[in-house]
Design a protein around this ligand. Structure first.
Ligand SMILES: C[S@@+](CC[C@H](N)C(=O)[O-])C[C@H]1O[C@@H](n2cnc3c(N)ncnc32)[C@H](O)[C@@H]1O
Ligand SMILES: CC(C)=CCC/C(C)=C/COP(=O)(O)OP(=O)(O)O
Ligand SMILES: [Mg+2]
Length: 296
């Protein structure tokens, strides 16, 4: 199957030419993220201008949260959830290896671009992001302009399975909670193509645990909630091995993400999916994983 965009797919749009999604499913996902405006994402992003669509890790700082009865408790809770989400992105960046200012990084499924900004601020490098959503790409590019880093940080509307990047162009690439929307063999074939030999690939993702047997009802609930298709841990390792990506670190972040979910479940920003994450992490059917792999 040809996974790349063709010139006939392009239609005029306000700020760029937007390729139409390749499959009807991708059209659904593009619409989903074009319409998304949940306070749990926007109000957290408003804390410091880094807008994330991923979850948090680390212990809750109860001293920073203060008294639940205090007038500013809600504001502190939002800042704390946001701190944990940014800590997750920092951990991902920690695993990219040594990155220089002249390097290019690729963020596959970049959302509103929070991780891209953090990567540029840390390494001074160029960061290229792709998302199916024109709204998200416009948002990310708008933030880059506001920060004066638009010459280094750019989001475009593009299928991560068929990107316009040159073969071997990227020193490192990642998926932050965006692998559950695509076939893993197709995805890792594209990362493998775009990465330089010796480059690093990192993902943080939720996966179902083969030790549980099959996807649990909680995993099915998460799939239905986000219109995604969570893969098993085994599928990740097999698809990487088939595409010249050799894992250097596999870290189970499940214990580290539970405090985030338990705190989020007490907030006014709940979306209804908190119980499914907490129960599936606790019954062992679902895992929050970081995998860092070398392109060999
Ligand atoms: C849960 S969000 C994660 C966003 C971002 N990585 C972050 O950490 O904030 C999932 C993202 O994957 C993107 N996505 C899903 N399927 C895609 C595809 N085939 N090509 C490009 N992006 C895709 C969505 O558009 C969305 O931006
Ligand atoms: C770990 C798994 C299975 C993730 C699924 C992908 C996803 C929707 C991530 C968070 O996005 P978000 O930040 O927009 O979601 P929410 O609104 O729940 O915070
Ligand atoms: Mg969120």
């Amino acid at each position: 199957m040809d996974l790349s965009m063709t010139s006939t797919d392009f239609t005029a749009a306000p700020s760029m030419f937007i390729p139409a999604p390749v499959t009807p499913y991708q059209g659904d996902i593009a619409r989903y993220w074009d319409r998304e405006a949940r306070p749990v994402n926007l109000r957290l992003g408003d804390v410091d201008g880094l807008y994330h669509h991923h979850y948090g890790i680390g212990d809750v700082d109860h001293a920073a949260l203060g008294d639940t009865a205090a007038g500013d408790y809600e504001k502190r809770l939002i800042a704390e959830l946001h701190r944990l989400e940014s800590a997750q992105a920092e951990l991902l960046l920690d695993h990219l290896g040594p990155i220089g200012r002249d390097d290019t990084l690729v963020d596959a499924g970049c959302g509103r671009g929070g991780s891209m900004v953090m990567a540029h601020q840390r390494f001074g490098c160029t960061v290229e992001g792709v998302t199916l959503s024109a709204k998200q790409a416009d948002f990310a590019n708008g933030r880059a302009r506001e920060l004066g880093i638009e010459d280094h940080v750019r989001a475009r509307v593009c299928n991560m399975l068929g990107t316009p990047f040159e073969t071997g162009q990227a020193a490192a690439s990642w998926n932050n909670e965006s692998t559950m929307y695509v076939d893993l063999h197709d995805l890792f074939a594209e990362h493998s193509r775009v990465l330089a030999v010796g480059g690093r690939y990192v993902t943080i993702t939720g996966c179902w645990n083969p030790r549980y047997g099959q996807p649990s009802k909680w995993v099915s609930q998460i799939n239905a909630h986000f219109e995604c298709n969570i893969h098993s841990r085994r599928e990740y390792l097999r698809a990487m091995a088939d595409n010249r990506l050799v894992p250097q670190a596999v870290i189970d972040l499940t214990p580290a993400t539970l405090p985030y979910w338990e705190l989020r479940a007490t907030s006014s920003l709940v979306t209804g999916i908190e119980e499914a994450f907490i129960n599936s992490y606790k019954d062992g059917s679902f895992q929050y994983l970081l995998i860092a792999a070398d392109r060999v």
